[in-house]
Ligand binder design. Structure first.
Ligand code: PAF
Length: 281
């Protein structure tokens, strides 16, 4: 497997060695788990060359402690990727390489997609995500780039970024990978106690019930019902429950048959922030 640390080296490698081959990019922050490997496997299936970037992007953390606690496990990540394919190019640059001396994000207007849910609770987060994803797309110039639907809002924002900047890449959203009890995979799950990790099935169960109830009830009733379930559970604190139109992330006003809707939850357990979402129709 090739480990590349510099943008110039990456560009050279891709333009000389991989001329005319299709390139799939999987951007990650490392601490890889089966959610990431599902993206890499799909990328390997659909492209001749796969680049996995591993970069803990400082500008997307609004909480300094979260950034400090973020696991850095390059050796394990490489071992995991090697099991998928020995041909993967791993791009693991330093902060200086990505940002030079100005560790600062661009200021984007993503048509309001950035102001709700994660954007409302994590100030500047999507400016940081947009900045690093734009740098990565411009450095790797992939044909396709793969993102998980667990961060559905991020996925929609990246689609918007690509449209706004006219970047010639196809953005592929991949289904959420879950633990056997339904908890959406996240590197943060490691920080949960054994008991709470088991109990965290509650989040997905609540979402699947919400999906069922949405068939007959208004969005407001569904949200009230979800809020009540969380109030009854001593180990989980709900930060938000939102039901929006899937594409625009605009809050639902009145259900319409030809529109796709999605429910989004953010909640704290054991001091760990967990997010999840589900298609409602
Ligand atoms: O989803 C992530 O891991 C990150 O937000 C991403 C897309 C790699 C950008 O740093």
């Amino acid at each position: 497997m090739v480990l590349i640390k510099y943008k110039k080296e990456l560009t050279e490698h891709l333009s000389f060695t991989e001329k005319k081959k299709s390139i799939g990019l999987v951007p990650t922050m490392g601490a890889l788990h089966s959610g990431h490997t599902a993206l890499v496997q799909r990328a390997a299936h659909e492209n001749e060359v796969v680049v996995v970037s591993i970069f803990v992007n400082p500008t997307q953390f609004n909480n300094k402690k979260d950034l400090e606690k973020y696991p850095q496990t390059l050796k394990n990540d490489m071992d995991l990727l090697e099991k998928i394919s020995k041909d993967i190019l791993v791009f693991a640059p330093t902060v200086k390489e990505m940002y030079s001396n100005k560790v600062k994000s661009e200021n984007y207007n993503f048509d309001g997609l950035e102001n709700v849910m994660e954007g409302a609770f994590r100030e500047g987060h999507f400016d940081g995500v947009g900045t690093i994803v734009e740098i990565l797309l411009n450095s790797v110039k992939p044909d396709k780039a793969y993102f998980g639907e667990k961060d559905f809002q991020q996925l929609q924002i990246i689609r918007k970024l690509v449209e706004m900047r006219n970047i010639p890449v196809k953005i592929i959203g991949c289904p959420i990978v879950r633990e056997s009890n339904g908890l959406a995979l996240s590197s943060r799950n490691e920080r949960l106690s054994h008991t709470v990790r088991n109990e965290a099935a509650f989040i997905f169960k609540t979402l699947t019930s919400a999906q069922r109830i949405f068939g007959t009830e208004s969005a407001k009733n569904v949200k009230d019902w979800v809020t009540k379930q969380f109030k009854k559970h001593p180990d989980f604190e709900l930060e938000y429950i939102e039901i929006t139109e899937a594409a625009t992330l605009k809050p639902i006003i009145r259900k319409q048959k030809n529109r796709k809707y999605r429910a989004f939850i953010s909640a704290y357990a054991d001091g760990v922030r967990l997010i999840d979402n589900i298609a409602l129709n």
